[in-house]
Design a protein around this ligand. Structure first.
Ligand code: ADP
Ligand code: ZN
Ligand code: ZN
Length: 803
């Protein structure tokens, strides 16, 4: 028997299966999707069996043998194996990367280099002997002295020592030590034989007599009996008890409560939506629904009942939510309904906890998974429904290879299982809504709030007027007044200051003008180094104007504000207010995010000030005011999706206020009050926004009218990166169809990261049959020739942002 194996080496040209002989004793157990340990060159590596066959083109005596089968059960089903292949192709990544991304990180192998001494007698250097310290095999990383390393290298060349790589699995199955206490006869007999000085042993045996025949966790036994472990060991040795190690799960959450949910009567709109999903679920055909429902319209209730329907038919459900809204509040709703059938996967879990949740799914101990992006690969084999809540969120796209979008993966998997996908959002992505309008997806609408609460009242504040009135603070008079009122009434305020991405722009404080690229309808990016404005789509460059091109005001300058500065201003304006700040700086520690939210929900602060982190998931009854300090930071992102992102964000932020009994009020401060994304956020008219934005996208040729692919280059040397970018772009221009538009190369908006200069080029196309093939060839050129020169190149088939 021959196995085809994809090995754990992400390098060209290894991205293909290699043949290995299967040892006779493994023939009956090895399967497609099994992990194996195989020799690869001088090393041992982990690999995935992608196929089994009886013949190989390689001569038998040259065929290497599989060393070891790692798992008795294959870790990946045939469906996921096929999916990996497809994903690798569609995202232009290595198949090994596609396979690994489907498994919890804890299952990825760790490779460690070891030095083995072959001929100890020939080692003559005292420093090397000291480093070995009597051992004949040590991890290479223990040697830090460069001189000693050099000597080791010499020895290795002379065959005195050898260096090899060993594989270690990062996380193991957690086991708990349990003690089974003997029967009372045995114990009574034992008590008579213990030495009179062994008082503690006698004490333990007496304690055990009261628990004869029981099985108890060792830690608990020691704790309750007040005895030390060596004493327990002695008693076990004498036959008073036996011990065992039992497999267990790390429990990340509090015990799950299973209470009978109060049956909710669905609204008419909810019922219509649910019925359509049920019909699809029963039909056995894949169908994608776009559930467009305003905030609070009861989308989650529709998900819950649809899941119930498929569970009753013996199937499984995958629910994706954006990482940041994967709050305890959210997961509790699923656990209340489905109890212990739910596994939760989010980045707050340790590697071991994630591994345990994965094992519960793999063993079918749960039937629903609620998780962030990577939960889309849940190893279920009878999927009945897949749900993506807040489907417009960019976190569903992985920014590293494999650059997959969870929405695409969801649809691929649904086609395999013939099951429905629900994409839910109050502000769907333009792509999804366009597909729904064309009938590719089935549109389901929830236009009213489930509990009939009114939407909060939204006021747009023109910051240009504030400046004219002489107010130079970050707070308009109106917003400051509203905050003061909340402080008096002991109600809570959320202040939102978006600092998304890194792009910065130049804005006229008198008229709100932001200088745009004449070719691309994109804000120009400010470059401090030479006081210039650049378009990183097409490369257009111009000097920073001294006066506003529209109104000739001199108040035109770099725009940027941070949360720290805002916090200082708040404490000046409202010295009595208790403020919590939530941004990347204050949430670096594990659990900090939850802690801040808990403090706020417990009323320990009056004001929560934060970045986009606070836009979602906040659902506290006492929040009655939401302030957006500067809507302009998103509106003028150097990104063709700037307006869409602004509209989504404003809608979401507004949804934080007045979700319960107290009415909510929202203030949006901006220098561009007349922009349609701001204007329409006031009324939350998605349809109108969609129409206007689609017209703009059509005019400038952006998605969803065109597809785009981004190719990024980076190098430590500015001249080199420019040269490679030029070469790459030229190759694309020569190979692709004339209708395809290739923009650039141009410096990226963030032109330098980690001392590497960044360039990029953008491919826009409607139909480009040669695209994948051409990009594969470009990647081949990069991997075989350019990489050696220190170039890094990345291809993103459907970028979410273009920084
Ligand atoms: P969304 O997910 O669309 O923001 P939710 O599902 O969170 O909305 O619903 C908002 C609130 O309305 C929740 O408190 C939910 O329990 C409640 N709710 C949902 N559907 C109904 C219904 N049919 N009748 C009464 N309350 C409902
Ligand atoms: Zn101006
Ligand atoms: Zn441009």
């Amino acid at each position: 028997m021959i196995a085809e194996v994809i090995v754990d080496v992400s390098a060209y040209p290894i991205d293909r299966p290699f043949d290995y002989a299967v040892p006779a004793h493994l023939e009956t157990v090895i399967e497609r999707g099994s992990r194996v340990k195989v020799p690869f060159g001088p090393r041992k590596v982990i690999g995935y069996v992608t196929g089994l066959k009886s013949e190989s083109e390689i001569e038998e005596h040259k065929l290497k043998k599989i060393d070891e089968l790692i798992d008795l059960d294959p870790v990946l089903s045939p469906e996921l194996m096929d999916l990996a292949k497809k994903m690798a192709r569609e995202t232009l990544s290595y198949e090994i990367d596609a396979l690994q991304v489907m498994l919890p990180a804890a299952m990825r192998a760790k490779y460690e280099k070891f030095i083995s001494v072959e001929k100890l007698e020939e080692i003559d250097d005292a420093r090397v002997l000291a480093a070995l310290n009597g051992r004949t095999r040590i991890p290479l990383k223990q040697i830090t002295d460069p001189d000693v390393l050099k000597l080791i290298k010499d020895y290795s060349e002379r065959g005195i020592v050898s260096v090899d790589t060993a594989i270690s699995q990062q996380t193991k199955v957690k086991k708990v030590r349990t003690v089974h206490i003997g029967n009372s006869d045995t114990l009574a007999e034992l008590l008579l034989t213990v030495h009179p000085n062994a008082k503690k042993q006698a004490e333990l045996i007496r304690w055990m007599l009261d628990h004869a025949g029981e099985t108890i966790e060792a830690a608990k036994l020691l704790n309750e009996s007040g005895i030390q472990n060596p004493v327990l060991k002695a008693v076990i040795e004498k036959g008073g008890a036996t011990e065992a190690y039992v497999e267990t799960y790390r429990e990340p959450d509090a015990p799950k409560l299973l209470d009978t949910p109060i049956p909710i009567r669905l609204t008419e709109e909810q019922q219509t939506a649910l019925d359509k999903v049920k019909v699809a679920a029963d039909s056995g055909k894949a169908e994608t629904f776009l559930l467009h429902g305003i905030t609070g319209s009861g989308k989650t209730e529709v998900y819950l009942q649809a899941i119930k329907h498929v569970l009753d038919k013996g199937k499984e459900a995958i629910v994706l939510v954006p990482e940041i809204s994967l709050t305890p509040q959210m997961t509790a709703r699923f656990q209340e309904r489905f109890g212990g059938l739910v596994a939760v996967m989010h980045s707050g879990l340790s590697a071991g906890e994630k591994y345990d949740e994965w094992r519960k799914i793999h063993r079918r101990e749960v039937r629903v998974v609620v998780g962030a992006r990577s939960a889309i690969f849940a190893p279920f084999e009878n999927v009945g429904i897949i749900i993506l809540d807040e489907e417009h969120e960019s976190t569903y796209k992985q920014e590293d290879t494999p650059r997959y979008h969870a929405r695409d993966v969801a649809i691929w998997r649904s086609e395999h299982y013939g099951c429905p996908v629900i994409l839910g959002s109050a502000t769907p992505s333009l792509e999804s809504y366009a597909r729904a309008s064309k009938g590719v997806y089935t549109l389901l609408e929830l236009s009213k709030r489930a509990k009939n609460q009114p939407l909060p009242s939204v006021t747009v504040v023109d910051m240009r007027d504030e400046l004219k009135e002489g107010n130079r603070s970050m707070f308009s008079v109106q917003l400051a007044e509203a905050i003061r009122l909340r402080l008096e009434k002991k109600e809570q305020t959320v202040l939102f200051l978006n600092k998304r991405g890194f792009s910065s722009f130049v804005l006229c404080r008198d008229c709100g003008t932001v200088v745009q690229c004449p070719n691309c309808d994109i804000s120009l990016t400010y470059h401090r180094s030479n006081e210039s404005l650049k378009c990183h789509y097409c490369g257009h460059e111009e000097p920073v104007p001294l006066v506003c091109p529209e109104c000739e005001s001199e108040h035109i300058r770099f725009f940027g504000t941070g949360t720290q500065k805002a916090e200082e201003e708040i404490s000046k304006l409202f010295p009595e207010a208790r403020v919590l700040r939530m941004d990347v700086d204050t949430t670096r520690q594990k659990g900090a995010h939850e802690r801040i939210l808990r403090q706020f929900s417990e009323g320990k602060a009056d004001i929560l000030l934060g970045t986009q982190m606070i836009a979602k998931g906040l659902d506290f009854p006492n929040i009655t005011l939401v302030g957006v300090l500067a809507a302009d930071t998103t509106l003028h992102l150097a990104d063709f999706r700037a307006a869409e992102k602004t509209f989504q964000l404003m809608t979401q932020v507004s949804g934080r206020a007045g979700r319960h009994d107290l009415a909510g009020e929202v203030f949006i401060q901006t220098y561009s009050p007349e922009h349609y994304a701001i204007e329409l956020a006031k009324t939350q008219h998605y349809q109108t926004f969609y129409n206007l934005e689609m017209a703009a996208r059509k005019q400038y040729g952006y998605p969803p009218f065109y597809f785009i692919t981004l190719v990024q280059f980076s190098h430590e040397d500015l001249l080199k990166v420019a040269d490679f970018a030029e070469k790459g772009t030229r190759y694309l221009k020569n190979s692709l169809s004339p209708e395809t538009v290739i923009i650039g190369p141009a410096a990226a908006a963030i032109s330098r990261v980690n001392n590497r200069y960044r360039y990029q080029c953008l491919i826009k196309y409607k139909k480009e049959p040669k695209l994948i093939e051409t990009l594969q060839q470009l990647i081949r050129m990069y991997r075989t020739n350019w990489m050696k020169d220190g170039l890094l190149m990345a291809v993103d088939m459907d970028p979410t942002s273009i920084f």
